[in-house]
Design a protein. Structure first.
Length: 63
């Protein structure tokens, strides 16, 4: 259960950072949605975000 709580804390911090871009109402809805997810859905989201980040890094122009 502590793994779920640490994942939610991590997502909460990321969403707080995003709130200045997407607005506080949207960030609250996003966090609420993540809190309602099942554990396996949270892990899948984590993997998807990591894959997206790796793709973005790999497509970055090299100087």
């Amino acid at each position: 259960m502590s793994l779920i709580k640490s994942n939610l804390t991590s997502y909460s911090a990321m969403i707080d950072d995003l709130s200045e871009y997407i607005g506080s109402d949207a960030s609250k809805e996003l966090l609420y949605g993540i809190e309602r997810m099942k554990f396996d859905e949270i892990l899948q989201l984590k993997h998807n975000l990591k894959d997206m980040l790796m793709l973005m890094i790999s497509q970055r122009p090299v100087h």
